[in-house]
Ligand binder design. Structure first.
Ligand SMILES: *Cc1c(COP(=O)(O)O)cnc(C)c1O
Length: 403
């Protein structure tokens, strides 16, 4: 028989959400009348806005007419969308990118999972802990982290204000997620600048995940790592229409690969990552659907922007309600101001899974145990603001009578 990739044996299984589901199903069986409200999974609940739907329908019609039909598109994405991205997401913030530094895709998860292919098999990876599991698992699958030296964990806990300290030894690749999933917290401009300076000094590359950028509510928090001087030489940025515009089912995202970001080739020379990513994508990917890219382009219209502001306001109110309620219960709450996630310290040193079970059994409310995101998540739980306002209000009512 064919030998199998041994790296998969070191993965934790799809442990976290499978285990959450198992426990929720068991509770629903034990108490069929329980009205269980999920504040666990990070998926949006509000529908696509009308301007996006109109663009989608129009593009669908184009596909049915020989004069406007589109087959294979450019692997990197259509110029109309790459130009819109640069014009709306970066130029207003003083970031000078060219459209050919933007790579459109069908998801930030795939981009973030695939980008590690550009780096040496022995590259040392630094991850914040707790962490979005994709960063860790995609590197484990590639065989990194097998030895004790492979992966550096940077604890993010209440004691350091969820801002990771610089690593004690040099990493090649640094993953930063800001605003953060799962902690819901954001790094300040100074904290980000410290990382950019560090990466420049140590010749490391920062992989910056800004999937929740739209949730930032404080003008002092940067939306892009490229707002930090020098970042265009050391950072790649990942963005998505998923959480900002409800595209979790429609699928569209982009990666920014600036021409200036380089790594060391086997002959010791410095080479840009941009042509490598272009080569990788054109080999393994055939592009995001035309109709979806038209829908994404419409996200930038004034009509869509104003409708999306209302959607965002729903999630913000939910996050505020979660923060207020849990704080009122005497719990320590973090995040939720620049993100749809509220990160809560469990009471009296309770373990994450015990806290999860208690809320499920006694209130029919599902959170995500922090421990599932890494060892430093133990003693915390994540609540999402993505449920409907009605469900969020009902869940909060139950929790406030629980404590
Ligand atoms: C939801 C999410 C994404 C976006 O993933 P898509 O594949 O674009 O839907 C990226 N990073 C983090 C941390 C996320 O939570």
């Amino acid at each position: 028989m064919a030998g199998l990739n041994p790296a998969f044996e070191r993965l934790q299984g799809n442990y976290l959400f499978a285990e959450v589901r198992r426990r929720v199903d068991a509770q629903a069986q034990a108490d069929p009348s329980a009205d269980i409200i999920s504040m666990g999974i990070g998926d949006v609940s509000q529908p696509l806005v009308p301007a996006v739907l109109d663009a989608l329908r129009k593009a669908v019609d184009e596909m049915g007419d020989a004069a406007t039909f589109r087959g294979y598109g450019p692997e990197q994405g259509y110029a109309f969308l790459r130009e819109a991205v640069v014009r709306h997401d970066f130029a207003p913030r003083g970031v000078a990118l060219s459209p050919d530094e933007i790579f459109i895709s069908d998801g930030a998860k795939c981009d973030i999972g695939n980008i590690q292919e550009l780096f040496a098999p022995g590259a040392v990876v630094a991850l914040t802990d707790p962490v979005y599991p994709v960063y860790l698992d995609s590197n484990l699958m590639a065989g990194r982290g097998a030895g004790p030296d492979g992966i550096i964990l940077l604890p993010c806990v209440a004691e350091n204000n969820f801002a990771p300290a610089l690593p004690g030894r040099r990493p090649d690749i640094i993953y930063l997620c800001c605003p953060n999933n799962p902690t819901g917290t954001a790094l300040s401009r100074d904290e980000l600048a410290r990382w950019v300076d560090y990466a420049r000094r140590e010749e490391a590359v920062i992989l910056f995940d800004a999937a929740y950028e739209a949730f930032i509510s404080d003008p002092a928090v940067p939306h892009s790592i490229y707002e930090i001087p020098g970042a265009l030489d050391v950072a790649l940025e990942f963005r998505s229409f998923s959480k900002t515009a409800g595209f979790t089912g429609l699928r569209c995202a982009y990666a920014v690969i600036p021409h200036g970001v380089r790594g060391r080739a086997s002959d010791g020379s410095l080479r840009p990552l941009h042509p490598m990513w272009a080569r990788r994508q054109s080999t393994k990917y055939n592009g995001c659907p035309y109709i979806v890219q038209r829908a994404a382009e419409a996200v930038y219209t004034p009509e869509a922007q104003s409708a999306l502001a209302d959607v965002l306001a729903v999630y913000r109110r939910n996050a505020q309600a979660i923060r207020r309620t849990l704080a009122g219960c005497g719990l320590r709450v973090f995040g939720g101001e620049h993100s749809p996630y509220v990160w809560v310290k469990t009471p009296d040193g309770m373990l994450s899974w015990d806290f999860f079970d208690m809320l499920l059994r006694r209130a029919g409310v599902v959170c995500t145990p922090g421990q599932g995101f890494g060892p430093s998540g133990e003693g915390y739980a994540r609540f999402t603001a993505f449920a409907s306002e009605e469900h969020t209000a009902r869940a909060m009512e139950r929790l406030s009578s629980l404590f």
